[in-house]
Design a protein around this ligand. Structure first.
Ligand code: SAM
Length: 284
């Protein structure tokens, strides 16, 4: 099968199958061999790796992954793409295509079956409408992972990487940085896709920490505090936490914990680092 990273080859496949793009599935297919090579290089794929690809589309990146990885599992929600994938990936015997919704699939079971429970790599040009639930789902359900290398909307990549004091700093930044070291490896303009998305894109590589960079007694409590702090961004941290329905700290407890950390009672959540959120969570 011809290299689908070359635009004419993608167009030929789309015509052959009379394929209709489904906007609701966030379908923007990559048509740029340089970008594809960059993704494979950033993910440092070797024959030792088992790779989970989310949303293979017509199999463009899957071809590149199949060439470099030991095994590839590709999960695609759109049933209309399954016969296309059978065709475009017919010459690879190391690819398994699963027709399912990635948000409903038991990924831990797949890792158990396909890689004996050893850490996998996730590589994808993600459907942008579900970027956060996909990434948070992988981390929070503790899927054994080496890294996640994904194409996302440029603003979302920035949000994953920033620290306090920036307006896009928030719960996603803190969650990603608790689990992994983020690095943007490429900015990708709309003309690298068919059809063109109306936002800029970036490839970000999240390398999973073996141990989180901060020590917390209760992970769930840390994330409840972080979510509450940013749900009501414009309030002081004290008010945001007192108002949070799933937390039951008194105003005095929170003010005291902040004062022990030499933070003002009027500080906002967006000023705290991950270390400070962890310390606050432990003190509370
Ligand atoms: N990997 C292909 C490429 O780079 O050309 C396609 C990427 S396209 C941005 C996203 C793909 O994810 C589409 O094929 C879409 O059908 C699929 N998709 C959307 N939602 C999904 C879900 N919940 N589970 C699995 N796949 C999904």
């Amino acid at each position: 099968m011809a290299n689908l990273g070359i635009p004419q080859n993608t167009i030929a496949v789309l015509q052959k199958y009379n394929f209709n793009f489904q906007k609701k599935f966030g379908q923007n297919f990559l048509i740029d061999t340089n970008v594809l090579n960059k993704i494979i290089a950033a993910a440092q794929i070797t024959k030792e790796d088992c790779v989970l690809e989310i949303g293979p589309g017509i199999g463009t990146m899957t071809q590149y992954l199949a060439e470099s990885a030991g095994a590839v599992v590709a999960v695609e929600i759109d049933r209309a793409l399954i016969p296309v994938l059978q065709d475009t990936l017919s010459e690879y015997d190391n690819v398994t295509v699963i027709n399912d919704d990635i948000l409903r699939l038991d990924i831990n079971r797949i890792v158990q079956e396909k890689n004996a429970g050893s850490p996998i790599k996730v590589v994808a040009n993600l459907p942008y409408y579900i970027t956060t639930p996909i990434i948070m789902g992988l981390f929070e359900s503790h899927v054994p992972l080496k890294s996640i290398t994904v194409m996302v909307q440029k603003e979302v990549a920035d949000r994953m990487q920033v620290g306090p004091g920036r307006k896009d700093y928030g719960a996603l930044s803190l969650a990603v940085q608790y689990y992994a070291k983020p690095k943007i490896v490429a900015n990708v303009p709309p003309n690298c896709f068919i059809p063109r998305p109306n936002v800029g894109s970036a490839v970000i590589c999240l390398t999973r920490y073996e141990e989180p960079p901060v020590g917390v007694k209760d992970e769930q409590r840390l994330f409840s505090i972080i979510r509450a702090a940013f749900n009501q961004r414009r309030k002081t941290l004290v008010n945001a936490l007192v108002n949070a329905q799933n937390l039951s700290f008194s105003k005095e407890q929170i003010v005291q914990a902040l004062s022990q950390m030499e933070l003002s009672a009027t500080v906002r959540g967006e000023a705290l680092t991950l270390e400070q959120f962890a310390e606050l969570s432990n003190r509370l």
